[in-house]
Design a protein around this ligand. Structure first.
Ligand SMILES: CC(C)(COP(=O)(O)OP(=O)(O)OC[C@H]1O[C@@H](n2cnc3c(N)ncnc32)[C@H](O)[C@@H]1OP(=O)(O)O)[C@@H](O)C(=O)NCCC(=O)NCCS
Length: 162
C-alpha cells in the first residue's frame, strides 16, 4: 500500500496545488491560483495536502456560521469567520493516478478531525449527484439541491453533524 503523508499546506505548495485543482476540476469550477494564494495566506489551518514524493491531493475550506455553502464563500476570503460554528469544504481533490486507494478519505477524516478539535458543530460541503453516496459514507446527510450554481452545475448540500 502506498505511503501517503497528510500535512498542512505551505505557501511553497501554491503552484502544485493550483495544478492539482486544474487536473481535477473543469475550468469553470476549478479555484484559480489567486484564490489558493489568498486561502493559504488567510486560513491555512483548514487546508491539507496529501504527499508522496510530490503532492497528489488536497482538501481545503474555511469557517462559517452559514449552515450551507453559498457561492461567494468560494471567492471572498473575508467571509471566513474564525470562530464560525461550521467548517465548509471548498474542494477535495486527488489526481487520477492515485484514486480509489482511500487517499481522499484520509484527507476527509483529517479535516473532520480538525472540525472536532476546534469545537465546530458541522462540516458542510456541496457535491454533484454522483458523489452523494460517497459523502454519505462519512456520515454526511443529503439536504437536497443547493442554491449554489458554482461553475454552472447542479450541486447538493451535504451536512455532517458532529
Ligand atoms: C472524488 C475524489 C476526491 C475521490 O478521490 P479518491 O482518493 O479516489 O477517493 P477514495 O479512494 O477515498 O474513494 C473513492 C472510491 O474508491 C473506493 N476505494 C477506496 N479505497 C479503495 C481501495 N483501496 N481499493 C479500491 N477502491 C477503493 C471508495 O470506496 C470509493 O468508492 P465509491 O466511489 O464507490 O464510494 C477524486 O475522484 C477527485 O479528485 N475527483 C475530481 C474532483 C472532485 O469531483 N472532487 C469532489 C468535489 S465535491
Amino acid at each position: 500500500m502506498i505511503k501517503v503523508t497528510i500535512r498542512g499546506v505551505r505557501l511553497e505548495d501554491l503552484d502544485r496545488v493550483a495544478e492539482i485543482e486544474a487536473v481535477c476540476f473543469p475550468a469553470a469550477e476549478a479555484a484559480p491560483r489567486k484564490s489558493f494564494k489568498e486561502r493559504i495566506t488567510t486560513f491555512p489551518e483548514y487546508f491539507l495536502v496529501a504527499e508522496t514524493d510530490d503532492l497528489i491531493g488536497l482538501i481545503n475550506g474555511c469557517a462559517t456560521n452559514s449552515p450551507v455553502i453559498y457561492d461567494e464563500l468560494f471567492h471572498n476570503t473575508s467571509l471566513h469567520i474564525p470562530a464560525g460554528e461550521n467548517l465548509a469544504v471548498f474542494g477535495l481533490d486527488v489526481i487520477p493516478a492515485y484514486r480509489k486507494q482511500g487517499i481522499a478519505a484520509q484527507l476527509m477524516h483529517h479535516f473532520i478531525q480538525i472540525a472536532k478539535n476546534t469545537g465546530r458543530k458541522r462540516v458542510i460541503l456541496t457535491c454533484k449527484h454522483e458523489l452523494v453516496h460517497y459523502y454519505e459514507s462519512f456520515g454526511y446527510r443529503n439536504n437536497g439541491i443547493s442554491g449554489s450554481t458554482h461553475g454552472g452545475s447542479q450541486w447538493f448540500d451535504m451536512t455532517l453533524v458532529l
